[in-house]
Ligand binder design. Structure first.
Ligand SMILES: *Cc1c(COP(=O)(O)O)cnc(C)c1O
Length: 356
């Protein structure tokens, strides 16, 4: 067997490690912000029914335009959107990659506000797009001044605002998004992977008359569908036309389309645990604060907790106790996904032993 170094791989990929959080088999897995509740049985049965229909047609390529799924997604989002405003892909990471392929690329640049989602620089480098990160305020909030002046300084072709922000949980108001839009000539992508957990208005409410605004969403988090790989966006139909140029033909399998449509028809059941997850999130915030740690406010399904002297040591000891969380590398902090009540109880019990 050869080594990677022996291959004529792209020079800019030499020495790079594949991206991804560790996938470990532990009793309590709170490291990648999944919805830890299982798929409700009636929904599972309905998905299987849709899949069994789809299986009979697998000799044919799938509907390349997946209009049925796009219609379901537009109904789910509301805000007078229709299927022409919607596009979908295998996770919102693929949506972001398609956006970078269409609007970034060599000689172009993207700007985001860090600390933020670590896939942005990754996708930028794979698409040969220059990537800059302006610093958030010290409490990780954004202000209009900060965003507008960073855009004026960098003049990016793509601006990405993650709202609520991963890994800090920080919300951004629709007013701030509107100000960012006015400040840029480029594409403004609002990554709303955690929107269903947020108290803020979705940027989808701003789409009318803003053809350079893209709202990226996913079924992986609140919707409890991470394993199915379905991300989507809402935007002007012209943005969808651009993505049709860069997507691979038939990128969304017939099985994915069938499963997602079935799940969306039961969105009330799929989202039934969002309120419970928010309660557990707030419980993590209140409890860790009462111990003298420094949790940051969160509009998502996770909490970034600061105040650890040695986060890696705490991470390892929790793991040894069967609880997997995430050390995202921000000094003094750990990121914890809010799970079920039982998982949160176990997490807090183990954590209390480590922080006194
Ligand atoms: C989880 C996450 C995504 C993407 O998830 P997919 O499973 O690819 O849809 C996108 N953006 C942020 C900020 C995330 O945390």
């Amino acid at each position: 067997m050869a080594n990677l170094e022996d291959l004529p791989i792209r020079n800019d990929l030499r020495g790079i490690k594949p991206y991804g959080a560790p996938q470990l088999d532990v009793p309590v897995s709170l490291n990648v912000n999944e919805n830890t509740f299982g798929i409700p049985e009636p929904v599972a049965l309905s998905i299987v029914e849709h899949l069994s229909q789809a299986v009979l047609g697998l000799n044919r390529y799938p509907d390349r335009e997946f209009l049925g799924l796009r219609a379901e997604l537009s109904h789910y989002l509301g805000h007078d959107l229709n299927q022409n405003n919607i596009w979908a892909a295998n996770g919102s990471n693929e949506i972001l990659q398609q956006l970078f392929m269409a609007f970034g690329g060599p000689g172009r640049s993207a700007l985001s506000f860090g600390p933020t989602y670590s896939m942005y620089p990754n996708i930028a480098s794979l698409t040969l797009t220059d990537y800059q990160e302006a610093d958030r305020n010290s409490d990780y909030t954004l202000t209009e001044d900060l965003v507008v002046s960073a855009i004026a300084e960098h003049k990016p072709d793509i601006v990405i605002i993650c709202a609520p922000n991963n890994p800090t949980g920080t919300a951004a108001s629709a007013q701030l998004i509107a100000a960012a839009y006015e400040a840029t000539d480029g594409i403004l992508v609002v990554d709303e992977a955690y929107a269903e957990f947020s108290a803020e208005l979705s940027a989808s409410t701003l789409l009318q008359g803003r053809e350079r605004l893209v709202v990226s969403r996913t079924m992986s988090k609140a919707f409890a569908f991470a394993g199915a790989r379905v991300g989507y966006l809402a935007a002007d139909p012209a943005v969808v036309d651009a993505l049709r140029i860069v997507r691979l033909p038939y990128h969304l399998s017939a099985l994915t389309q069938a499963a997602a449509m079935a799940a969306l028809q039961h969105s009330d059941l799929m989202l039934a645990n969002v309120e419970q997850i928010k309660i557990q999130r707030d419980r993590i915030i209140e409890t860790t604060r009462s111990w003298g740690l420094s949790p940051f406010p969160s509009d998502a399904n996770f909490v970034l907790v600061g105040g650890f002297d040695d986060p890696e040591d705490v991470f390892q000891k929790l793991l040894a106790a069967g609880v997997l969380i995430r050390n995202v590398g921000i000094p003094g902090t750990l990121r914890i996904t809010a799970g079920t009540e039982a998982e949160t109880t176990k997490l807090l019990a183990e954590l209390s032993l480590l922080v006194g």
